[in-house]
Design a protein around this ligand. Sequence first.
Ligand code: TYD
Ligand code: MG
Length: 456
Amino acid sequence: MGKKKTAFVCSDCGAEFARWQGQCSECKAWNTITEFRVPSVKAAPRAGTMAGYAGVVEAKVQTLDEVNLESLPRFTTGFKEFDRVLGGGVVPGSAILIGGEPGAGKSTLLLQTMCLLAETMSTLYVTGEESLQQVAMRAKRLSLPTNKLRTLAETNVESICQLALREKPAIMVIDSIQVMHMSDVQSAPGSVSQVRESAAYLTRFAKQNQVAIIMVGHVTKDGSLAGPKVLEHCIDCSILLEGSSDSRFRTLRGNKNRFGAVNELGVFAMTGQGLKEVSNPSAIFLNRGEEQTPGSLVMVIWEGTRPLLVEVQALVDYSQLANPRRVTVGLEQNRLAMLLAVLHRHGGLQVADQDVFVNVVGGVKVSETSADLASIAALVSSFKNHALERQMVVFGEVGLGGEIRPVPSGQERLREAAKHGFKRAIVPIANKPKDAIEGMEVVAVASLSDALEALF
Ligand code: TYD
Ligand code: MG
């Protein structure tokens, strides 16, 4: 065995350091850096050890046009929403990571997928967390076909791969990567070293043997677990299954995808019969009635790494109080005071004797400035009792001088809106896309007066 190398890895962002330090200088998180022993080169699996299995290729230098693409046709997971997030299906030999908080429904989604896939191809479902009885019980309760799916309860990565060499599955699920361990790595399962080495080993195995591997990775709210972040560089696709426990809706979104776009969104509903696809996801975020009422409007906000369409509502009404009320739900109170001042000075709208209420529908909390223009539009719409166009979205920051300032990721926001069937958008002039967006009329505005003109 060669000399072991040591590195220090941040469990949140995966950054590597030569020495230990209290704070990660990449992501600024405290106490996340743990020692990581890089196993000696000898321990890494080589093609020779996996010989005897079809698809093992000896490394050779090729030009890109010589590369054989025949083995690349994707296969469908049976869920359209899942396929879309993956970029059109599973690529053979790819390593996919599904992250999510415990209870999000990762095991349920994969069990449903695998039981259905097992009908047409060879599969292997490796469970390290639940016993086989638990998996079987769940499959039975969900009325899934259980006679084809091959399952295995094992947590040692080398044994799993040895077995997979014999079983030759086309697709394999590892639930979850946090409980997997390798004999060569000394630290405990779930530690950064184990998770990273196990994932790297499985990824190499996937590539060499053309087995698509889907790994489950838990993410906790504070991200303290050695989770998907430390793996993102070695796998092909990283997708996140999200959803609060008080809501039955779950969203699937790509973080990274080597075979497709990442701004695809898949929406599922958790029901008594497992996960069901939701064919019209905008309905969840935009729970609107048939009629468009004054003071209500859809805006495109940026949530973490993704655009989200949400409805903002305002009510401006004559106040009986000496100090009219200024109430916001989901927005910052001070921001509203500022917007009202700007509206008075640059929009000529006097609301000093009015109560003002602004609400972001669905309990969404907005912390970014792109909601400014939409809030103002909703306020004016309510004040004038003038309903705005239904198929319109608005976003942009409003400056104190009445100027409309750009916000990040304008293109993605517009695309998300177009995807949900919106026909018109009012955006800051600097966010106007260079290429037209199909089915969408984009109105770029430079000042508040321009915006009000375009709106009313
Ligand atoms: P699970 O797939 O075990 O979550 P994960 O593997 O991501 O930790 O899902 C568990 C949750 O899903 C659990 O809280 C109950 C709920 N659930 C349903 O509501 N209906 C169902 O049919 C199933 C199987 C689970
Ligand atoms: Mg699970």
